[in-house]
Structure formats: C-alpha cells, structure tokens
Design a protein around this ligand. Sequence first.
Ligand code: CA
Ligand code: CA
Length: 113
Amino acid sequence: MMKTIDTNSDIFIKLEEFAGFCRANAGEEGEGTKELREAFEMYDLNNNGLISASELQQILTRLGESCTVEDCVKMIKSVDSDGDGCANFDEFKKMMMVGGGEGASDGVGSVAI
Ligand SMILES: [Ca+2]
Ligand SMILES: [Ca+2]
C-alpha cells in the first residue's frame, strides 16, 4: 500500500514539473508568436488573414530584397501545407523559421540562378 502511494506521488511530482516546463515553454512561444503575428499583419496587406505571393513580393521589395513573384510563389509553396497558394499564419510561422535557416536561402539562391 505504502509503496503504491509513494509511486503515485513520484509520478505526480514529475507531472507537475512537466506541466511547469510546458507553461514556461508556452510563455516563451507566446512572446515569439506575438512578434510573428505583428510581422504577419505587416505582410498581409489586404488583411484577409493570408499572405499571397504578390503580397510577399511587395513586402520583400520594400525591404530591399529583389524577388520575383515566382520566387515568392515558390517560397509560399515550400510551406503551403493546405495547398491554397497562400501562407496562413501557421504556414507563415514555418516560413519564418525556415527563412532563418540555410534551406530557404539555398532555395532562393537556386531560383535566382
Ligand atoms: Ca492578404
Ligand atoms: Ca496555405
């Protein structure tokens, strides 16, 4: 009996630690998500909740990147999990994460060549 109770309390503590860990992570993610949301709204010129290739191209041009609409179509396609040709917030998040890595720059580079 005692052993069972001990085991349970161990598990309970672990779960509580785990929950705390999750909460801490969620908090950090919340901060990042807020910034991403602001960036998303900046990219979403007509505020329809989706970033189209031409919106992406206009913003990148404004940021001094010389991208063609075709480049942007490809960038969106690489994260477009629902296949509607536009990036929703989840897909945009993915694009931003990939954008920081080597994969996206490689992709854009090979497009430019
Ligand atoms: Ca839009
Ligand atoms: Ca999509």
